[in-house]
Structures are given as structure tokens and as C-alpha cells.
Design a protein around this ligand. Sequence first.
Ligand code: GCU
Length: 624
Amino acid sequence: MKYALGLSAVLAASLLVLFGAAAAQGEDDAQPRYEREAPDPEASSAMANVLARKGEDLSGEWRYLIDPMRAGLRKPSARRDFPNDRKPPKEELIEYEFDSAPTLTVPGDWNTQVEELFWYESVIWYRKIIDARPKRGKRYFLYFEGSNYWTEAYLNGDSVGDYEGGFTPFMFEVTDNLNRGENSVVVAVDAMHDAKSIPSFYYDWLNYGGITRPVHLIETPETYIHDYRLHLEEGDAETIVASVALDGPSKGNQTVSVEIDELGLTLEGRTNRDGIVEMSAAVSALTRWSPENPKLYDVTVSSRRDTVKDRIGFRTIEVVGQDILLNGESIFLKGISVHEEPIGPEGGRRMDWEDARELLGVAKELGSNFVRLSHYPHNERTLRVADELGLLVWSEIPVYWEEIRYTEPYTKALAKRMYKDSVNRDYNRASVVIWGVANETPITDARNVFLKMLIDHVRAMDSTRVISAALNKNTNRGNTFIVEDPLGEHLDIISVNEYEGWYGRRTLDDVPGLVWKTPYDKPMLFSEFGAGALLGARGERLERFTEEHQAAFYDVTLQMAEQIPFLRGISPWILKDFRSPRRWHGRYQEYWNRKGLIAETGEKKPAFDVLQEWYETYDGPASE
Ligand code: GCU
């Protein structure tokens, strides 16, 4: 018996192992992409100011292969087929060939370039042949301004790195892989989001996939200026503080300088052994950057063998009680929310200089002094255009809605890495005044812990800006809303998305009488409010999706806004209609979110005029 028992026990144990393994395997399979290392939140970000660097822009036509089952990723990186963009002997069987493949334009999403790819969210393999003349004593980097959502790059068959995140820059050093003459660059992009990603797999915009922003091959000296950060400090005198970080074998103990000729300012210092130096000097006759006068200074950062030029504005932003002060003056943020999608019938995830100037030019025409660049870090050109036009910016990473895995170590590391790369790229943009850490994330203990961690992380990287989050309305008692989200304790500005009169049971006539309160002695923004309207759809004032309804929604909401003494700004949802798979209505939407004040073609709806008139005369609640 003993023996028999033993046998059945062994059988049971082995079945358990078998099912256990299957279950484990099953769970692993839940991840549509093959297991990947958690991002390193401390890893170095891409070099600052790529647009001013020496190098080759790899924009243009890239060959591509579609790989919906991620077949090309099944083998370990070193043994994958597609990166071996070689010409095999005729007798050898291969079932792919880039030379005879079609082309996609980079930068740009694939969805609006190829009809069959409109809803595609898996892998595409890109290939470009580049000619290089690498020089001794120089270093070379493949720099991606943005690629959605997960990207792995190969040079001449060897993987040079991978990155997760659809809206922040990354770069891979390729100094040792670059051949003199012809080089094959192969890039795998997987648009799929999953349970651990940021955003997760549920959000209200079209998941535009691909190499959506420009790619550069950058050349630097062996030791180069990797990063530099300047900001204005107030004390007994106005002081410009500059820190510079070198990267390379002789980064230590090197003299670097920061010059602003127009101010007669030359800061000079010697880097420490880590290649870092911080310098500062009082300045006089500085013209501060502001929306009315977006003054930018020509800045030159120099080291022994490298020079980088930039255009930087200087201003201060702070919160005092329930007031927001720009350069020490109280300001009401007359904003509008913006997705990164150019004006035009196709939409798309492409934003070149003229696209950005056209889109933000409409915000200026609206009378805005502020844009919420939702829900992810926008293209660097957009931030630089905001600097030029004088638009204050709220920038955020897409910690969005209820699906974020707050207790997942991978996701915590990813959020920190994403924000590090975002701050690193935009630290010198005067327009950026608010870092947003979340959008409509339901209140749970895990969410509070995660966002407190993220807030501390952002503050530690950048103490010169204020932090907010787009919160849900929470406590509602009759006609009174009390904004008491516990996260508010850690935010400088409490922001709320509110849609009374559009979502929920209230009608437009209920809205002016709504009352808002908060226990926090902090300013509040309406980070969103809005109503949908199809351009040209006419009807009754209360008829949804008509231009009349949208205009009336703005009218009653602005009446309500004027009654809230601690409301210091608004960024209504949204400047322009944008593509979303969650907007199915065949007569009004056709997979477009229609809350824009302008249609995707740029044509204005009547609500645009309602807000524009209000911005002409309203500058915030009458101060007591
Ligand atoms: C939410 C969300 C937006 C979304 C909007 C809407 O507030 O933040 O991303 O597009 O509502 O419903 O249109």
C-alpha cells in the first residue's frame, strides 16, 4: 500500500507540476509581447537638444514587413531573422526580403499611411540602408524622438537596444556597430499596450503605431555635452543657475562654460569626476519670459571639444495659497487641451514645425495663454513652438484611467523612467510650468502610493515647476461638489475633469447653480470640460451633438466657473476633434471624438467664439 500511495503521490505531484507549469505558461502568454526586462529608472536619458546636434536625419522612406503574430520576436534578440538583412545564396530559403517590401514614411504613424494598417496594433519591422563615414575619436548614436509603443533597433544585424514608451525620446550608442559605407538599420515597433504598460490597454485616442517622430544618427566628440539645465532663481538678486553634464572618458575635471551674450553673462566651471558642474551668477536687466512677451535668449554651452546652442526663456512659477504666480504676478490660466494630431482630414501622429505652429496658432487665436498637452509628452517641436508663441504648458505622462497596475514593479519603474526622459528633454523649455502625473485615476490606496512615489520622483528631478493631476470629481452632495481627493495633499494644484451637462444626468440648466468646494488651500483648475458637436450639425439647444448644444454647454459652464473663487484656470476638452476607437456613432462621430472647438479640418464651431469672447474679458475671480 505504502508503495501504491507513493506512486499515486508521484503521479499527483507530476500532474500538479504539469498543470502548474501550464498555468504559469498561460499567465505568461497573457503578455502579448515576449517577456521584457523592467526599464531602469536610473538609466541615462537621451542627450538634450537633439535638434541642435551634428548628425543625419533619417527621415524618409523605410521598407517594412508586417508581423502580426510577432513571429520575428520569437527567437532571442541575437538570433532573430529579420535584422539579418542579408542577401543569402540562391539555394538558401528565406521567406522575407526588405528590398522588395513596400515603404512607410518616417516620421509618421502607419495607421493613416496604409489603409490595411488603420487598426493595426502589433509589430512592424522597418529597414533603412544608410551610408556612413564614421571618424576616429567620434561617437555615434541612433536617436529616436518617439516611437509607439515598444521599439527594438538593430544595426547590421546586432541589437543595439530596446525601449518601452510611445512619447519620450531614447537613443542607443552605435559607435562600435557602424560600418564605413553601407549600414542596415532594422527597427521593430510593437504598438500593443498591455496590463503593465503606460497607458495600459484602454484609453480614448487612436493608438497610432510606428516610428512617429524623427530618427537621427548623431555624431559627438568622444566626450560630449550630454545634458545642461538652466533656471532662474529669485533671492536678493535674480540669479541664473546652470548645471552641465558631460559624458565620455575625459568628462571629469573639464572646464565648461555657459554664455548668454545678450546678458553679458559667462558662467564657467570645472566638472567633478562624474562630469557634472553647477554654476550660477546674478544677472541684471533680464527680460522674463511670459505669454505676453515670450523672450528667449541665445545660450551657448561649451566644453573642450563640444558646443551646443539653444534658445531658452527665464521665468518663475509658484503657488501661493490658492493663487498661481508667474514671475510673481497672479495669473489666470486661459487654456485649452490638445492631443498631438495635426490639423487635416486624416489626423495622424505626426507633428512637424508647421503642424505645431498651425495647431498652437489656433490656441493663441482662441486667446489662450496655456495649453494642456494631453495625455503624453508631445513632440519637442511643439514645446519649442510653445516657447516661441508664449503658451504656458501642462505636460504629462499617460498614467490614465483605471487599468494601471499600480503594484506592478515593472509599471512603477516604467513610470519613473518615462518621466525622467520627459523632464530631461523639456527641462529648458520656459513654457512648461506644470508636470501632470495622472488622468482620472480612481482613488485606491495602491493608486495613492504609486502617484505619491511619482510626485516625489518628479519633484526630486525638477523643483522649479509645480505638480498637478487631472482628478475625477469626487464627493458630490446635491448641487455641491467637494474636491477632496487625498492625492490633493501632495499636489501643488488640484485639477478636476468635470463634464456636468454632458456626462451624467444633469442638463445644461443645472450647471450654473453647481457649487464647488475644497478643503485644500490650493488653486484649482478645470483640466477638462467639454461637449461633443459635429461641425455643421444644427438643432435645439438641448440636442446632443449639435453646435447649439456645445455652445450652450460652454456658456453655462463658464457662468459656473466665474462663481468659484479658488478656480485659477481652465483647459477645456479639447481644441480639435481627434480620432478615437471609442466613438462609434455613425452620424456624429465615425471614430472621432467630437469635443473639439474646431473640426479636424480646422473649421471653427460656434463654441470657439463663446470661449474666445470669455477669454477677452475674464481674468479670474475678483480678488477679495
Ligand atoms: C476624459 C479623458 C479624455 C477623454 C474625455 C472624453 O476626461 O480624460 O481623454 O477624451 O474624457 O470623454 O472625451
